[in-house]
Write a protein that binds this ligand. Structure first.
Ligand SMILES: Cc1ncc(COP(=O)(O)O)c(C=O)c1O
Length: 354
């Protein structure tokens, strides 16, 4: 039943294989497959595993708890103090930046009789999570290495998330220097030097990611076939792994400009309308409760999205021959994919072999 999102498993596996092989060529030995956008959808997670990711990463414990895999599971979001017991139970590795939380993880690991691995996050300028790169991080690490149930296995950084900062040899070079400093001071080897997300792929494809970066955490590029530093398509990848489909429930010729005194729309906003005369207007049975219209784009370039309320999407289909009952297909951006995959109102249809 519509609306539905079609997931092309073959194309997804292709994307993962291409990107994993580029990463390996650039000296990256472990690739975390970031699956949060899949909301635990196991068939597609299997495609990432089949495509060669070495770990499964998600920001939500609820997803990690239910994912079935032999690979190590990684919690991406800094743990909440209230979830430390679940973190040590359902994840092998978590990304961290707060000493008090790490101490609570140590306590939870002791109670649960496990050793919990952590990757310490560093902020290289993007201003999201992590110790500031110029802070007294050696002192911080001194406290971590004293904890008996915590093993510091790596360091990492996240860029192009809040501050839009693009990964470069300079900023990732700082992470490599921090690694050398920690390894020298504590006479230890860090297994993961995690150099970012899909925005680090331009450096990977140019084989110019700094030597020493040996891990990457990839989500969006696998699913949408684009890097996220400049938003460019990866030419060896598919951009249409996911296609959203919705059905026309009304199609009528009407004015383009509302008739009558105007106030607010269904979401309390004052909207400006353009008068284009009479037009053929299709209403599709999908709305903002499923996906925001700015996150989707019709594959048929003749169609133009006019707006949406909670349950209805209105499309200008002038000069086309669509009729009631027809299905319209859309491409999704990352935000749209996140919405449809987490919505219980959008069916998921997995295509095995095309
Ligand atoms: C810490 C962390 N690493 C990696 C990723 C993956 O980012 P992207 O989807 O841009 O590859 C995310 C976002 O999902 C994240 O929060």
């Amino acid at each position: 039943m519509y609306p539905l999102v079609e997931i092309n498993g073959e194309k997804l596996r292709h994307n993962v294989r291409q990107i994993v092989s580029r990463c390996k060529e650039a000296g990256i030995t472990t690739i975390f497959g970031v699956v949060k956008v899949l909301a635990g959808y196991q068939e597609a997670i299997n495609d990432l595993i089949c495509g060669g990711v070495t770990h499964i990463a998600d920001s939500r414990i609820e997803n990690l708890k239910n994912i079935s895999t032999k690979l190590k599971k990684v919690l991406l979001r800094i743990p909440m103090e209230s979830e430390v017991h679940d973190v040590v139970k359902y994840c092998d590795i978590s990304l961290n930046s707060e000493l008090e939380t790490i101490k609570k993880l140590d306590y939870a690991a002791r109670i649960n009789r496990v050793m919990h691995e952590i990757i310490l996050m560093f902020d290289l300028g993007d201003l999201r999570e992590g110790l500031w790169h110029a802070s007294d991080y050696l002192n911080f690490v001194t406290h971590i290495v004293e904890l008996p149930n915590i093993r510091l296995v790596g360091i990492g950084s996240n860029l192009t998330c809040y501050g839009s900062v693009i990964p470069t040899n300079e900023n990732l070079g700082i992470l490599v220097r921090i690694k050398e400093d920690i390894e020298r001071t504590f006479n230890m080897k860090l297994a993961y030097i995690s150099g970012g997300n899909s925005s680090s792929l331009p450096l990977v494809y140019r084989k110019s990611i700094p030597k020493g970066i040996n891990n990457i955490r990839i989500g969006e590029a696998f699913f949408l076939g684009r890097e996220t530093a400049y938003g460019k398509y990866l030419e060896d990848c598919f951009q249409d792994v996911f296609i959203l489909k919705a059905q026309i429930v009304e199609l009528k010729r009407k004015p383009s400009f509302p008739v009558g005194e105007r106030g607010f729309d269904a979401f309390g906003r004052v909207v400006q309308y353009e008068d284009k005369g009479m037009m053929d207007r299709a209403i599709l049975a999908i709305g903002k409760q499923d996906v925001y219209p700015e996150n989707i784009e019709p594959l048929d370039k003749r169609l133009k999205i006019l707006g949406a309320s909670s349950d209805h999407l209105i499309i200008d289909c002038t000069k086309t021959d669509y009729k009631v009952g027809d299905i319209i297909s859309f491409r999704l951006n990352y935000g749209g994919l996140l919405q449809v995959m987490t919505s219980k109102y959008v069916n998921k249809v997995y295509l095995y072999n095309i």
